[in-house]
Design a protein around this ligand. Sequence first.
Ligand code: 2IT
Length: 447
Amino acid sequence: MNAYVKSVIENVKAKYKSEPEFVQTVEEVLTSVSPLVDKHPEYEEADLLNRMVTPERMISFRVVWMDDNGKYHTNNGYRCQFNGALGPYKGGIRFRADVYPGIIKFLAFEQTFKNALTGLPIGGGKGGSDFNPIGRSDAEIMRFCQAFMTALYRHIGPEIDVPAGDIGVGGREIGYMFGQYRRIKGVWENGVLTGKGLTYGGSLIRPEATGYGAMYYLNEVLKAHGEDIKGKTIAVSGYGNVAWGICKKAMHMGAKVVTISGSQGYVYDPDGISTSEEKVDYLLEMRAKGSIKDYADKFKVKFVPNSRPWGEKVDIYMPAATQNEVDLEWAKRIVDSGARYYIEVSNMPTTNEALQYLKEHNVIVAPSKAANAGGVGVSAMEMSQNAQKLVWTEEEVDSQLQRIMQNIYKISVETAEEFGLGYDLVAGANLAGFKKVAQAMLEQGVF
Ligand code: 2IT
C-alpha cells in the first residue's frame, strides 16, 4: 500500500476510535485508491487525503419537541457538510435511535463519492437525529420535524445544502420539514429539499429511484456475464422504500424477489413478492405499521424470527436494510449458498472483512455507492426541475436514471481496468469517484 495512504488511515484510526463506522469507510475507500495516489504525488504535497477525510463542517444542534402527552423530549440533531467541491452538499437525513456523529460522518463520506459517480453537480452531505420514530403518532412526527428544521434551516438552501430522506425519513417527513422551512424563511424555495410530494415540486420516480437504479445496475452486471435477469431469484433485506422499488422493478423485469426482512426476522415467499401487485403494494401498508410478520401471516408464507435472509438459496443477494448487516459469518453463508452476485443497496451493508471474503470467493460484489446512486441521481434531477420551474415526465426521469446507472457501471469497470485490477466494481467505483472529487479540490486551491 502507498505510504501516504497508510499514514492517513493510521491517523484516522487513532483519531476516531469512538466512530468505528467512519473508520471503516475511510479504510475501505482509501485502500481502494492507493494505486491512484501512487500516480499522483501532488496529492501528498497538497495534503489531499487528510483534507478528504475531514468534513468541511459538522453541525450539531439540539432538537426539543413535545409528545402527545405534553412531555418534552430532547434529541441530538446533526448535519455533516462533508465535501462541497462538486456542488451544493447533498444527502439524506436519517431518523433512527442509533444515530450519532460516527454514522452521520460515514454516510456523508460515502455520499461524496456516490454523488461524484452520478456525474451530476452535487457535493456530499448527510444529516439526522437519534430520534426514534417507531410508534410515534403523526402529530408527534410533525412536531419533531418542525423542531428539527427550526434548528437546521439556517444551514441549508438550494445552492448551499439540499437534504432528502433516508431511514426514518420519507415523503411525509420531508413535507413537514419543507412546510417549516417555508414558514420560517418566508420564501418559496422548494429546491432546498428533495423527495418532496408531487404537488409542491417533487419529481416523478423519486420514491422508486433507489430500487429501480439498483435493478438497472444489476441488469448491467448480469448482461456483462451473459445472463438474463428474467427468472432470477433475489434475496432482499429490509422492507422500506428501497425494497419496495426493487420489487416493483423486478416485476417489470421478470425477476423474483423471495425475501424481505425487518428487525424481528425475515419473510421467505417462494412464489415471489415481486410477482403480484397486491403483495408489492402491501409493502407500503406494512411500512406504515412497522411489522413484517404481517406479510407472512397475510400471504401464508414462512417467517423466520431473529434471523436474516442470507442463507436462502437464490441467484442474487441485495442487502437493502442498513449498515453492517452482513458480517464475516453471514458472508460465509452467502458463499456456501452458491450465489454468484451480491449487490449492496443499503449504505455500507458489508463489514470490510465480509467484503474481502466475498471477493476472494469469486462472488461478484457491487458497492452501494454505485448501485444505490439512482436515488440521489433522481434527487439531482428534482433540483434541476425546481430550478427550471418545470416538471419532467416519468419517461424523461426514468430514461435519465437508466443512463446514469449504465454510466456508473461502465466507468467503474473501465477505471478498475485502467489501474490493472481486472473486473473489480468496488475498487472501480472508489477510484472513479475519488479521482473526480480530488481533481476538483486541487483545482479549487487549498482551504
Ligand atoms: O443514501 C442516499 O443516497 C440517500 N439517502 C438519498 C440522498 C438524496 O439526496 O437523495
